[in-house]
Ligand binder design. Structure first.
Ligand code: GTP
Ligand code: MG
Length: 136
């Protein structure tokens, strides 16, 4: 059984969408294994987003992720890494398909960072690395 890291980003928590997002994960048949709400610090986010360092959206993204609490969730299921990314929808909330978390609830406020509500690990290697960071 595979595991992935889901983050409910500060916009999702602030808009009271935590329950709705967890509901969709559970309704799909995936299991919540562990869950914590925390204020992420810069070191944790720098490690989490190391692959994006130097990109134009990196600094605003790291700032945004510190703007309020996030919910980190360890989720298990068959092919859950790919499956959660389908539930989430594509990165840009404006063009994410309706029926997905980002398509239904994500908003483009014209800010530098897309308020796209959730993060999901993108590979087995990323999932292992990220779960070790957020559930140390
Ligand atoms: P995550 O599940 O959050 O990792 O999203 P993703 O895998 O769909 O996107 P990616 O890992 O490429 O980027 C991580 C996060 O950086 C995204 O979720 C966005 O919040 C932000 N981001 C990525 N690409 C862009 C971009 O081109 N412009 C802006 N403004 N933000 C971006
Ligand atoms: Mg990503």
């Amino acid at each position: 059984i595979e595991e992935t890291l889901v983050l409910i980003k500060p916009d999702g928590v602030a808009r009271n969408l935590t329950g709705e997002i967890l509901r969709r994960i559970e309704a799909k048949g995936y299991s919540l294994v562990d869950l914590r709400m925390l204020q992420a610090d810069r070191d944790l986010l720098a490690a989490h987003y190391a692959e994006h360092e130097g990109k134009p959206f990196y600094e605003p993204l790291v700032e945004f992720m510190q703007s309020g609490p996030v919910v980190a969730v360890r989720v298990a299921g068959n092919r859950v890494i790919e499956g959660f990314r389908v539930l989430a929808g594509t990165t840009d909330p404006t063009t994410a398909a309706p029926g997905t978390i980002r398509g239904d609830f994500g908003r483009d406020w014209g800010l530098k960072v897309q308020q796209n509500l959730v993060h999901g690990s993108d590979s087995v290697e990323s999932a292992e690395r990220e779960l070790a960071l957020w559930f140390a």
